[in-house]
Design a protein around this ligand. Structure first.
Ligand code: ATP
Ligand code: MG
Length: 226
């Protein structure tokens, strides 16, 4: 695996189908893994690259440090030979927009690679409503996974609006809806449970639960020192 997280045995595949799953992963939970696996299987992807976001420059809420979120993502995905984790966003000083990360990846993947950006029903609207959506859709096909509590009814309108800004590209054709088993789990919910001293067993992979407990991040008492 290299710095970008591309798996060595797969990186030179001609016509590589590369999934990218971005997120804070604060912490990673089983719905992230189920979504990535479902995308892998349904879209015949060769690998899914998890891309934990870097630390925000002005922390609006206390996020666990990027290195810790990265570590949890590594242990959560270690058992799957088609999952890997990139250090790209956490190693940068600036905030990474999806478009910047996709531009970077486009420069390092083998020629002929097709990129698929995997999101939940909430994040697809955020990303395509934000920075340079036309370019984002040029660089990747979106896989928008269903998520309990979020509906995709606003997506059609958003894509329609994007039509006027895209040349030679049909936005609707670049966003695929993926039905995933409904799991009403979020990182916020995991953090709240931990704050309240409740168990998160089976909501996150076991090694993630162990590391969270050991570190004290997310606990009401705060991280263990030393
Ligand atoms: P938070 O509550 O802190 O926002 P989260 O659970 O939404 O955490 P993120 O790191 O924000 O996790 O999300 C990373 C990606 O995973 C996003 O595209 C998000 O939509 C998707 N995702 C998260 N949880 C689910 C879920 N239960 N079902 C489908 N997609 C999900
Ligand atoms: Mg979220």
């Amino acid at each position: 695996m290299d710095q970008d997280g591309l798996i060595s045995g797969l990186r030179d595949l001609p016509g590589l189908r590369l999934g990218i799953m971005g997120g804070a992963f604060d912490p990673i939970h089983i719905a992230h893994l189920v979504t990535a696996q479902e995308a892998l299987a349904e879209f015949n992807l060769d690998q899914v690259l998890f891309m934990p976001a870097g630390d925000p420059p002005h922390k609006s809420r206390k996020m666990a440090p990027a290195e810790f979120r990265y570590l949890l993502t590594e242990v959560a995905t270690a058992g799957n030979p088609r999952f890997s984790v990139s250090r790209y966003e956490i190693s940068r000083e600036e905030v990474s927009y999806t478009v910047d990360t996709l531009e970077h990846l486009a420069g390092v993947v083998p020629p002929g690679t097709e990129m698929f950006f995997i999101t939940g029903a909430d994040a697809v609207l955020d990303i395509l409503g934000w920075k340079d959506p036309a370019r984002v859709l040029e660089l990747s096909t979106f896989i928008a996974a269903t998520r309990p509590g979020y509906d995709l009814s606003r997506l059609a309108g958003l894509l329609e609006k994007l039509r006027s800004t895209t040349v030679g590209l049909v936005p609707e054709a670049r966003v695929k809806i993926l039905e995933v088993p409904a799991l009403s789990i979020s990182s916020s919910m995991i953090r709240e449970r931990l704050m309240a001293g409740k168990t998160v067993r089976y909501l996150v992979p076991d090694p993630v639960a162990y590391l969270i407990e050991k570190s004290g991040y997310y606990a009401a008492t705060g991280p263990a020192s030393g």
